[in-house]
Ligand binder design. Structure first.
Ligand SMILES: Cc1cc2nc3c(=O)[nH]c(=O)nc-3n(C[C@H](O)[C@H](O)[C@H](O)COP(=O)(O)O)c2cc1C
Length: 406
């Protein structure tokens, strides 16, 4: 079975097999944005599940830029003990455990932040949800350099805590993605305009992290194959970014796509033929495979074990990324390696209200609720319906608002 094969990354680190849990925001730290016991309970199940690589949900690098209410923040060494406990889980099972590090830029929930910053003052527009977002302020040169430093500092703290790699979140419409996209980056200085200028931010972040963690420590990135928005970051531009980062020595490029304005990452706007083929961004990966020196991981839609095997056998990619299936089967790799599962079938929960169902919000929150059950050592609840998800989220949002204004 190809899925069982080890892989050596450019930095020399070895992943024990080709299955990776892709990032899923845990939203488990509503009070202080610090890691807690629930995180440890949750990851204890994931690291024991047999994956070669577990990537955490996105971790903030700046306390003044929080994307979601329960995000974890690592900007200094507070809660270092808990970070160490979290990182130790990976060591106990020889599973690579990489935090995903992120700055949300304009894609941050408004009431959580005094102000929101972005490459340019262009607001996030999500149908029915634009009130959740603030008009951002354009960053100045000094602030951009400070954010680059923050990515490097957070990575160095995480390395010291014992994590075995980091992943830069360069996808899904967050700050790095905002710099890359001509729709959200209207700058005329060295950070905007030509593609070379728009990709300077991500390049400098990679270089800053590398200078702080050294050559033997894995650094990965999640990038969009495209934004899937007219006039946005295109496939050809993405290809150039992947090529550049591979030449710089990045260890793993995870391919995804979309933003919260156009949520292609979870397949919501995918054609039936794409859904049946499963891997939403496979065509892009096939196009770039030959010219990209770095190992490639593809995430989004994989559900049938034989299709994962085939993709590896045909050398289309190196690592299979799975997110939602891990929220239901925390020990999924063991099930796969022991031939106990052929296809992961999970019905997407719906409310019947078109604009809500099409936003992908209920789907994401349904999986988040399953993750929260795992974090309390409870079994997943496949019977949870779309309305229960909506009700739970309205209740939680009101609680958070009351706490903020108390
Ligand atoms: C609850 C939930 C939270 C997510 N949080 C993140 C995140 O923090 N960072 C990220 O890069 N992607 C995040 N994603 C997207 C997944 O990593 C993945 O790209 C997407 O779900 C498609 O993969 P899948 O079809 O295997 O689920 C999240 C998805 C879900 C369902």
């Amino acid at each position: 079975m190809q899925l069982k094969n080890k892989i050596t990354l450019p930095c020399g680190a070895v992943l024990d097999n080709r299955l990776a849990k892709s990032a899923m925001s845990e939203n488990l730290s509503p009070k202080n944005h610090r890691p807690n016991k629930k995180i440890v309970t949750l990851y204890n199940q994931w690291v024991k599940g047999g994956a070669g690589l577990i990537i955490t949900g996105n971790i903030m690098i700046d306390g003044s830029a929080i994307a979601e209410p329960g995000n974890i923040l690592v900007e200094d060494k507070s809660s270092f003990d808990m970070l160490q406990k979290w990182a130790d889980l990976g060591k106990s099972t020889h599973t690579h455990l990489w935090p995903q590090i992120n700055h949300p830029g304009r894609q941050a929930i408004g009431f959580l932040n005094k102000e929101v910053v972005a490459p340019s003052a262009i607001k996030t527009q999500i149908k029915g949800m634009s009130r959740m977002f603030k008009e951002p302020r354009a960053l100045n040169d000094e602030e951009i350099i400070a954010i680059i430093e923050r990515f490097g500092n957070t990575a160095a703290i995480l390395k010291e805590a014992g994590f075995t790699g980091v992943q830069i979140h360069g996808a899904h419409g967050y700050l790095i993605s905002q710099f890359l996209s001509p729709l959200t980056n209207h700058r005329t200085d060295q950070w905007g305009g030509s593609l070379d200028n728009r990709m300077r931010f991500v390049l400098e972040i990679y270089r800053n992290i590398r200078s702080k963690v050294g050559s033997g420590f894995p650094i990965g990135i999640k990038i969009n194959s495209a934004d899937f928005q007219r006039g946005g970051f295109s496939e050809n531009e993405s290809r150039a970014v992947a090529k550049l980062l591979a030449e710089e020595g990045i260890d793993l490029i995870e391919v995804s796509g979309g933003t919260y304005e156009a949520p292609s990452m979870t397949g919501f706007q995918a054609k039936q033929s794409t859904l049946e083929r499963e891997a939403y961004f496979m065509e892009y990966v096939e196009k770039i495979r030959k010219e990209i020196k770095a190992p490639l991981m593809l995430t989004g839609g994989f559900r049938t074990i034989s299709k994962m095997e085939e993709a590896l056998q045909q050398n289309k990619l190196d690592v299979i990324g799975l997110a939602r299936p891990f929220a239901i089967y925390p020990d999924l790799p063991h099930l796969i390696f022991n031939n106990q599962i052929e296809k992961i079938e999970i019905a997407a929960p719906k409310t019947g209200l078109k604009f809500i169902d099409q936003s992908g919000f209920v789907d994401i929150k349904w999986y988040e609720m399953q993750i929260h059950r795992l974090a309390k050592n409870k079994a997943v609840d496949l019977g949870l319906n779309g309305y229960a998800v909506m009700y739970h989220n309205i209740k939680e949002t009101v609680k958070k608002l009351l706490r903020l204004h108390a």
